[in-house]
Design a protein around this ligand. Structure first.
Ligand code: ZN
Length: 202
């Protein structure tokens, strides 16, 4: 069991702010640190050595609390990468946001598998035949919404994601999750956000 020790600066923030991302407002910030937590280990001479493990602070922009892990620079709450998309139907929005959350906590396989479900449902919603392969749905959505990007190398990688059959266990890595989210982001904006923004005169 690690022995942790907490230091404050008499209730004031420490003079050095620490660079990180805020998972609440998605901005790059200098974290206002109010608490530093150290791991205490004994060195070869039996003397206590303090290694900083966490900084606990407040985002100067939005005022929300943040825990910064000094060992791996992870931030809690983790930042959601990929931007929010307006005008999504509720269930599509829920799944898209769950993919963003999964990506932000390195759950890349969950992200990719959710992406397959999302794409299949959106494609059928947009007129594709039911019970077709993942590749069929990717091709359908590309032809309908992204024809100008047909030859982009990243699109080939999206299609590769569909080469694994659904019943086979796949473990996805960060790049695959990123490709999946990038593609879904583009498709959802084309289907839901752009047309509705125009209709609403934004
Ligand atoms: Zn913030």
């Amino acid at each position: 069991m690690e022995k942790l020790k907490t230091f404050t600066n008499n209730g004031n923030k420490f003079s050095d702010s620490e660079p990180c991302y805020c998972g609440h407002c998605n901005n790059k910030i200098g974290l206002d640190v109010y608490l530093k937590i150290y791991n205490v280990v004994n060195n070869d001479q039996g003397l206590a050595k303090y290694i900083q493990k966490y900084s606990v602070g407040v985002c100067p922009l939005c005022g929300a609390p943040i825990i910064l892990n000094k060992e791996n620079n992870n931030v809690l709450p983790a930042m959601r990468e990929f931007d929010e998309i307006s005008f999504l139907p509720k269930d599509v929005e829920t799944l898209y946001n769950e993919m963003r959350d999964a990506y932000s906590v390195q759950s890349y396989t969950c992200c990719v598998i959710s992406g397959r479900t999302l794409l299949a449902n959106v494609a059928v919603e947009e007129g594709a035949e039911e019970n077709k392969s993942f590749k069929h749905y990717v091709d359908y959505l590309v032809d309908k919404y992204l024809p100008a990007t047909k030859n982009k190398p990243w699109l080939d990688k999206v299609r590769e994601l569909g080469n694994d059959s659904a019943h086979k266990m796949i473990i996805a890595d960060k790049e695959q999750a990123k490709i999946s989210l990038t593609f879904i982001n583009a498709i959802l904006k084309n289907i839901y956000e752009f047309p509705n923004s125009v209709n609403n005169g934004e």
